[in-house]
Design a protein. Structure first.
Length: 346
């Protein structure tokens, strides 16, 4: 016979009678707790974000949505423009009021078009649109989880031009990213929990800052990061030929249509770059092919202008390969305005 004395320390389960009402109450209680936790998570992440990409897209769309009056010039593009074009300097050089709505590269030019469409629907066409992107953005595809951080509702996805062409699974992920952070941002929330344990003073810190004009200033250069970034880019460029992605191709066509419809001048420019990149033949070859492709597309319209400007900076004035410090951003803005002015004289 087995000795049962070793089991005496175990907790005994108490049998309960499960009625339909008890089961329903448990289910509804679980749902209610989940909804409350999700609402708290949504509020916390909105106030104290950890994911810089998500935060930046949402902030720029919030700036656009809350805009009360038109501006003369819209600045669009990726993070190189976000940190590289200073609206105050642009206005000083041109006398045009301006707003920097640039986000990040994985939003592609499709996001530029969506923002421009939203702006036009409310205020009409701006006098000028300036678009700046990094050289390697043009091959990228639109990240649907980032798109979920815009003001575009999930039910409007199929009506977008250009279409993001999301699969059923991606549409579900879009919805979850937009409304269910306890699922979509579980890693962020895990970081929050760890901070509460190991560094509670960090829980309610504002980790990122953007100016009311949309510009995101960075003061400190990082030369080592710039050079390491260059090595990564050169590995990516090995045996690679330039190819415009489908979403960027369609976004360019829609941009041309908008420019022609509204007689609106659009200026497309290259981002600032680390000067060392131009010592490398694979980069020069790829960069030239990219420029030729964008120039050919821009030539389809009298209102879309590709600016043949290449502006380089030393590593001690940059944060990475194409992100400038604030002082260098002022100079890049000046050179951009000069290139636009020269384009108007032709």
């Amino acid at each position: 016979m087995k000795d049962r004395t070793s089991y005496k320390h175990l907790t005994q389960e108490i049998d309960t009678e499960s009625s339909p009402g008890r089961i329903l109450g448990t289910i509804l209680g679980t749902i209610a707790v989940t909804l409350i936790l999700n609402a708290l998570a949504l509020r916390y992440i909105d106030q104290y974000p950890f994911n810089r990409g998500y935060w930046l897209v949402k902030e720029k769309w919030n700036i656009l949505s809350s805009l009360q009056a038109p501006v003369d010039a819209l600045i669009l593009g990726d993070s190189s423009a976000n940190q590289g074009i200073v609206p105050e300097q642009f206005t000083k050089e041109t006398s045009f009021s301006s707003l920097n709505l640039a986000t990040i590269g994985n939003m592609t030019m499709a996001n530029d078009v969506y923002m421009l469409q939203d702006y036009i629907s409310r205020f009409g066409a701006p006098k000028e649109v300036v678009i700046v992107h990094v050289y390697d953005m043009w091959e990228r595809n639109l990240a649907h989880t980032l798109l979920a951080k815009t003001s575009i509702p999930w039910y409007a996805l199929d009506s977008l031009t250009p279409s993001p062409n999301l699969s059923s699974r991606e549409k579900v992920e879009f919805f979850l990213t937009q409304y269910v952070p306890i699922y979509a941002e579980n890693k962020t929330l895990a970081t929050v929990i760890m901070n509460k344990v190991f560094g509670p003073e960090k829980l309610f810190q504002k980790r990122m800052h953007i100016e009311t004009t949309g510009f995101m200033p960075v003061q400190k250069a990082n030369p080592d990061r710039v050079r390491n970034d260059m090595k990564k880019h050169l590995r990516w460029l090995e045996n690679r030929s330039f190819k415009l992605s489908d979403i960027n191709q369609k976004a360019m066509q829609e941009l041309i249509r908008l420019a022609d419809t509204h007689s609106m001048h659009v200026y497309i420019a290259n981002s600032p770059l680390y000067e060392g990149m131009f010592d490398e033949e694979p980069f020069r070859r790829y960069y030239k092919a990219m420029q030729n492709s964008l120039r050919d597309l821009s030539n389809q319209s009298d209102f879309v202008h590709f600016l043949d400007m290449t502006v380089v900076f030393p590593a001690d004035e940059m944060q990475n390969l194409d992100h400038l410090t604030q002082q260098s951003a002022v100079r890049y803005t000046q050179m951009l305005v000069e290139a636009i002015s020269n384009s108007k004289k032709r």
